[in-house]
Design a protein around this ligand. Structure first.
Ligand SMILES: NC(=O)c1ccc[n+]([C@@H]2O[C@H](COP(=O)([O-])OP(=O)(O)OC[C@H]3O[C@@H](n4cnc5c(N)ncnc54)[C@H](OP(=O)(O)O)[C@@H]3O)[C@@H](O)[C@H]2O)c1
Length: 287
């Protein structure tokens, strides 16, 4: 029952109706017996400042931030943790005694998903795409000890801009390439391949993946962060090659678990978040 003591958490975005986060967090609150609720809030860009001030004034306990507000919201926060500061984007806000603190759990979500099958420390990682998700994952991969990063993107200038930022802040071993032959060469001795482009995402499920089975070695870990459909064209190619598969839903689960831990100090069992997510996906979104 919702009372005057119920703690309110939520997610703000535009759009936000399709968010799967409420299902995960509310399932955990229920299971753990917390007097808390997690609500989606549809906030347009021009209302972001008012929404943040309002959230603080109304005693909201924690927020997730999704597209298109992940960068712009920083302006309204009091502090950023180190990772969010490096990435320059926030997906989780903690309402502390001294103000609003921004975190980014997207990258660690991807790392923890991959680490279910292989530690990232000292590994070579190829990332397809150079957008927002690639940026969060690139920084976190390096912070988690990856040895070498290759950013492969259609628009080379965007890959170069990301590389320059990574080099300036972390001084890592980073290469860039377009999606042609050099990518095939790079994949010969790569440990982990992550697709962060929307290729293959519903409704474009028949779009040709950027990497085909003949480019994938057995033993490569392949992670497509697209989660609708669960098994994308890239994952089908990876399966044919005997690669180890990490589905996009896992990143979603772990970024949520990390946010829950930041807000409550407790990490619920991963299976609890995963079941809530899969139930919601199968009822809400075309699989
Ligand atoms: N599983 C999760 O938890 C999770 C979390 C975040 C995002 N995602 C998914 O990740 C995907 C990307 O999100 P984002 O925020 O990073 O998007 P974004 O900032 O728009 O970046 C998209 C990237 O994909 C590339 N791209 C797009 N269409 C392409 C095409 N037809 N051929 C080649 N490259 C193409 C773009 O290349 P250019 O630079 O050349 O335009 C860009 O580098 C979305 O599908 C999103 O749903 C999943």
């Amino acid at each position: 029952m919702i009372t005057g003591k119920t703690n309110v958490f939520g997610i703000i975005g535009d759009p936000v109706e399709h968010s799967l986060s409420p299902a995960m967090h509310n399932a955990a609150f229920k299971k753990l017996g917390f007097d808390s609720i997690y609500v989606p809030f549809h906030v347009k860009a021009e209302e972001l400042e008012a929404a943040m001030k309002g959230a603080s004034a109304m005693g909201i306990k924690g927020l997730n931030i999704t597209i298109p507000h992940k960068t712009e919201v920083i302006e309204y926060l009091d502090y950023l943790d180190i990772t969010a500061g490096l990435i320059g984007a926030v997906n989780t806000i903690e309402f502390g005694e001294n103000g609003m603190i921004g975190h980014n759990t997207d990258g660690i979500g991807a790392v923890r998903a991959i680490e279910e099958v292989m530690p990232v420390k000292d590994k070579k990682v190829v990332i397809l795409g150079a957008g927002g998700a690639a940026r969060a994952i690139s920084f976190q991969m390096l912070l988690s000890g990856a040895e070498e990063l290759v950013i492969a993107n259609r628009t080379l200038e965007k890959a170069l801009a990301l590389k320059e930022d990574l080099v300036e802040k972390l001084d890592p071993k980073v290469k860039i390439t377009d999606l042609g032959f050099p990518l095939k060469e790079e994949l010969q001795n790569t440990d982990i391949l992550i697709n962060t482009t929307p290729i293959g995402m519903y409704p474009n499920v028949n779009q040709k993946p950027l990497v085909s089975s003949d480019m994938i070695n057995e033993g490569l870990v392949v992670n497509d962060i697209v989660y609708n459909p669960i098994k994308t064209g890239l994952m089908e190619e990876a399966e044919k090659s005997g690669a180890q598969l990490v589905y996009g839903v896992k990143m979603l689960v772990y970024q949520g678990l990390e946010a829950f831990r930041i807000w409550t100090g407790i990490e619920p069992p991963v299976e609890l978040f995963e079941k809530a997510l899969m139930d919601e996906l199968s009822s809400k979104i075309k699989l």
